[in-house]
Design a protein around this ligand. Structure first.
Ligand code: FES
Length: 251
């Protein structure tokens, strides 16, 4: 079982890793402008994004409501890169190798990098270097000189009023299951979380996930190999939320 001391140590190290990530200056912006989004489409004012003022400038936008197949590690992110004065590329940040989140386009290096296993992509998502073999998912763009419209099939409209104000497990599906589930949860704030499975007598029998997530709705596919029986899936967060949901593993 993870002791409180171990968990606090993990939170400290996770926070340090997160801080280091921010210090490395990956441009990440949260897009929560319900006025400028409709089903399947968002519009941004390019003037609001300093990163996009220069050719090959690039930014990662986090957009609630991205289809789960386009999400990377449970996060709804896309990479937007300026290709010329009047052209932009927008691609999913989900690496097609194993689903990690890629970095923004690096103008000096000349590629979008996936730090998990070293795949590299052009600003438009084409593979430069494997192990990925498939391009990043590309979204349509239209720039009118001021506003950039990005077409994202399957994007769900999430009114600002509906953004989560609480942190909770919303659903575990299927349940009962045979060791493959999707856990849907909401986070009121960006923070490190842990998802683990505990036996009914309170022993941690499997740690599923430790990662930092942004605020919003998330759906994370998870796999585990446990004997049939009843367990508790536990969500623990850095800010102290602990929630257990009973799950049943079938033979
Ligand atoms: S997940 Fe990106 S290279 Fe493996």
């Amino acid at each position: 079982m993870t002791t409180r001391r171990e968990f606090l140590q993990w939170l400290v190290s996770a926070t340090l890793v997160t801080s280091a990530g921010i210090a490395s200056a990956l441009p990440l912006r949260l897009f929560r402008d319900s006025k400028n989004r409709i089903l399947g489409e968002i519009t941004i004012s390019v003037a609001d994004y300093p990163e996009l003022q220069t050719v090959f400038g690039s930014v990662i936008l986090e957009i609630d409501g991205l289809p789960s197949a386009d999400q990377c590690a449970g996060q709804s992110k896309i990479v937007v890169t300026r290709l010329s004065n009047d052209q932009f590329a927008a691609v999913s940040a989900r690496c097609t190798h194993a689903g990690c989140c890629v970095s923004p386009y690096d103008a000096q290096q000349g590629f979008i990098n996936c730090s998990c296993h070293g795949s590299r992509f052009t600003a438009e998502g084409q593979v430069i270097q494997g192990p990925a073999t498939e391009p990043l998912k590309q979204y349509g763009t239209n720039f009118d000189g001021t506003l950039l419209t990005i077409t994202i099939p399957g994007l769900v409209n999430v009114p600002e009023a509906d953004f989560p104000t609480s942190t909770a497990i919303l659903n575990v599906s299927p349940n009962p299951n045979r060791g493959t589930v999707t856990v849907q949860f909401s986070l009121a704030h960006p923070e490190p979380i842990e998802l683990s499975i505990f036996s009914i007598d309170g022993r941690q029998v499997h740690r599923l996930l430790r990662s930092e997530f942004n605020s919003g709705l998330h759906g994370v596919p998870l796999q585990f190999n446990l004997p049939p029986g009843t367990y508790f899936l536990r969500l623990s967060t850095a800010s102290g939320t602990v929630q257990d949901v009973a799950i049943t593993v079938q033979p």
